[in-house]
Design a protein around this ligand. Structure first.
Ligand code: C2E
Ligand code: CA
Ligand code: CA
Length: 712
């Protein structure tokens, strides 16, 4: 106590107070910068290390210097400028080495070693500073006291650095506190070891005016430097906080649409379910899947797909009402889940209506319009499910049901749906093996010239002979195949089989083969057609490919190029199902079609004859304008045929003229006869034999010089 009082008695207490304040502030800034250096990597590490060492050096040096300015030796004193400067460099340089070791976590005990070096730097700075302090008189040192100051510096610095490298909320405060105590201990214990001979004992020794001015200047300078370090740390902290917030948002939101993502949705659903349980309320979960999104993506490109999602995301976000419990998330590529509190049936219906409004509104993309549309399936908690997983699953089932519904109305979950979905999944799995197992076959439906009744050709229509379910029609399994790449194999198989069969007919009828849009996008269809024609020897002019408008309208430049390649081979192109899609004049103007097929729906029972006639006349006028013949599909009655004849329609196809029939039966009826030598091969094909297996046989026949009438 005596010693403390004695030491303080030799100092200007105001300057001691300022030095201590500076020391604690400097240590605080140093500790905070040290934490940045600890986290930083590469170049940033060097930058933070420099700032840490600078603030530490400035804090150590200024504490000492300001305290010395307030020290009254009782005899004239001055500072040696060179040694004083060197002492500052020692503080900065020693801190650099110490904190470098402490923050580069290459080996164990580096923080402790770093701490020792920082401690030694404080000691070295202090005693170099004391060497720079020149008094008129004899100075002596109390060695045990001096040793104590060294020990205190090293031990406390190691403790400070160890506190700084620990994790925890108070690491910075601990480090700062201990480091400040280390610096102050070295100074005041060091001063206790210092004696000037002849020094008069005085009470409070006032500083000279010059010392005060110098002290103020140094304090200002050091606060400026420390302030700089502090501000850099704060800027880094705030940008780090922003990044963390951004990451958090990214983790919970979908970046493309800005809607919450699946994880976010699950968290929200948990909360809403808790709320519903507490309030005895009901919740409606709505599964949403965009219609034909794959088609938009495949046919118009991913940019268009992304744009559609972005716009829909914006619209969906816009429709949510505050404080209503409404929530929408994007949970997959083109899948969304929506949530609303279902007080009454009316409330759900209104929400569904609002959803439909934004989902079905056309989207402008570049110079065309995309009609998005979606299938909505609803499951209610607790009516349709008691737990979260079942609720989501049932909304999904209802959504699939909505997808299969041609009217595309939102569907509410019903227990029978489980069974249907299981069946559909099983069918998709069975289809994988169907081609290999030889379960697919082709039927032919005749196409006739209306005016003369003569046969113009046959459309090939694929059938699936399922081992337990019997014949399955393409309307059921082609969409399933189109959901995977299976359609590519099936499409190529149909093309090859049909060409192989048709080449053996004595009558050179045309054969029409349906192409899926997927075959256009995912394969080099022109090359496949050329290969098949080459392999089978079918004259190209006997092959007609049927495409729908949605196939061609997409990637127009590429499609146009491919269609021209196909047409240049001599293969003709038919525009299928005309009147159901865009029915745009542009399609007819730009693409080289050889035939327009009016869709069969216009001849269905639901259509009035006036309506049908109007459509036929309109399409005929179009055909005439573009010089393209027109064929009517789905003709079931003689009246329809007469009407078409009177209107001047060129060709027709329909049950009235002939149903899709296996080739063997057509041959039996005598409509088609076979080249003698090939009957055996063809018979095997009619039985549903694999087209590929027949190829070597076909080649042999061709090489033996037997040519069909077409090739001959
Ligand atoms: P599509 O190209 O419009 O084929 C004509 C469909 O109309 C056939 O149905 C045919 O059986 C039916 N049809 C013909 N005449 C009449 C009629 O008078 N009345 C009625 N109500 N219907 C008639 P199918 O064979 O069930 O084929 C359905 C669709 O499946 C086809 O429609 C076509 O889009 C697709 N498809 C068939 N085979 C293939 C194929 O090999 N590849 C691809 N990608 N799609 C195929
Ligand atoms: Ca067709
Ligand atoms: Ca058609």
């Amino acid at each position: 106590m005596m010693v403390v009082r004695c030491i303080l008695g030799q100092h200007n207490l105001w300057l001691v107070f300022v030095a201590a304040l500076l020391c604690f502030c400097g240590a605080g800034v140093t500790a905070s910068l040290f934490r940045h250096a600890l986290r930083a990597k590469n170049n940033q590490w060097y930058a933070w290390l420099f700032l840490t060492a600078l603030s530490s050096g400035v804090a150590i040096w200024c504490t000492h210097f300001v305290a010395m300015l307030g020290y009254a030796a009782g005899t004239p004193a001055r500072f040696d400028p060179l040694l004083t400067s060197v002492s500052l460099l020692i503080a900065v340089f020693g801190s650099t080495i110490g904190f470098m070791l402490a923050t580069c976590r290459f080996a164990r005990f580096l923080p402790e070693t770093g701490g020792v070096i920082v401690g030694l730097a404080i000691v070295a700075m202090h005693y170099t500073g004391m060497l720079a302090y020149r008094v008129q008189g004899q100075t002596t040192w109390n060695m045990p006291c001096l040793a104590l100051s060294v020990l205190a510096a090293v031990v406390l610095s190691v403790m400070a650095v160890r506190a700084g490298v620990r994790t925890g909320r108070h690491a910075v405060a601990y480090m700062a506190g201990v480091l400040a105590v280390a610096v102050l201990c070295v100074h005041f214990i060091g001063m206790a070891a210092y004696h000037v001979q002849g020094m008069q004992q005085v009470g409070v020794v006032a500083s000279t005016h010059d010392s005060l001015v110098l002290a103020v200047a140094i304090v200002i300078m050091s606060f400026l430097i420390l302030g700089g370090g502090l501000v850099s740390g704060m800027i880094d902290d705030s940008s780090r906080a922003e990044s963390v917030e951004k990451l958090r948002r990214m983790a919970l939101n979908d970046t493309l649409t800005g809607l919450p993502n699946r994880l976010n949705f699950h968290q929200r659903l948990d909360l809403e379910l808790d709320w519903a349980r507490e309030n005895n309320a009901r919740l409606a979960l709505i599964g949403i899947d965009l219609n034909r999104f794959k088609e938009i993506n495949d046919l118009r490109g991913h940019r268009a797909g992304d744009e559609v999602l972005r716009i829909l995301g914006r619209r969906l976000r816009g429709l949510l009402q505050d404080n209503s419990g409404e929530f929408i998330a994007r949970t997959g590529g083109d899948e969304f889940l929506a949530l609303c509190r279902a007080g009454s049936g009316e409330q759900i219906r209104t929400f569904l209506h609002r959803l439909e409004e934004v989902l079905f509104k056309p989207i402008r993309f570049e110079d065309s319009e995309v009609l998005p549309g979606a299938s909505l399936g609803v499951a209610i908690w607790p009516d349709h499910a008691v737990d979260k997983e079942t609720l989501i699953n049932n909304a999904d089932l209802a959504m699939y049901r909505a997808k299969a519904d041609p009217a595309r109305r939102p569907c509410f979950y019903e227990p029978a749906m489980d069974e249907k979905v299981r069946t559909r999944r099983k069918l998709a799995a069975d289809l994988r093996g169907a081609l290999k197992a030889g379960q697919l076959s082709v039927c032919y439906q005749v196409q006739r010239v209306i005016a003369t009744g003569e046969i113009r050709g046959y459309e090939a229509l694929v059938r699936w002979q399922h081992p337990t379910r019997g014949t399955i029609m393409p309307d059921e399994f082609i969409p399933l195949a189109e959901e995977s790449d299976l359609i590519l194999q099936i499409g190529e198989w149909v093309l090859r089989s049909v060409c192989m069969q048709a080449v053996q007919w004595q009558q050179p009828y045309k054969v029409a083969v349906n192409l899926s849009g997927m075959q256009f996008v995912h394969t080099d269809i022109a090359r496949i057609v050329a290969n098949v024609l080459e392999e089978t020897g079918l004259p190209p002019r006997r092959l007609e490919l049927e495409l729908t408008e949605s196939t061609v309208i997409a990637d127009q430049t590429r499609t146009l190029q491919v269609l021209h390649q196909i047409r240049d081979m001599g293969v003709s192109l038919a525009l299928d199902d005309f009147g159901t899609g865009y029915s745009s004049l542009d399609t007819l103007r730009r693409f080289p079609f050889d035939l327009i097929k009016i869709d069969r729906s216009f001849f269905g029972a639901s259509q009035s004859s006036q309506h049908t006639q109007a459509v036929v006349r309109a399409v005929l006028a179009l055909g005439k304008a573009f010089d393209i013949p027109v064929m009517a599909e789905g003709i079931e009655t003689p009246e329809q045929l007469n009407m078409l004849n009177a209107a001047g329609c060129d060709e027709a196809q329909g049950f009235f003229l002939g149903r899709p029939t296996p080739l063997a039966e057509i041959i039996k009826d005598g409509q088609i006869s076979m080249h003698q030598q090939r009957k055996r091969v063809c018979f095997a094909l009619c039985q549903g034999g694999s087209g590929e297996a027949m190829l070597p046989c076909m080649k042999k026949l061709r090489e033996s010089g037997v040519r069909s009438r077409g090739t001959g």
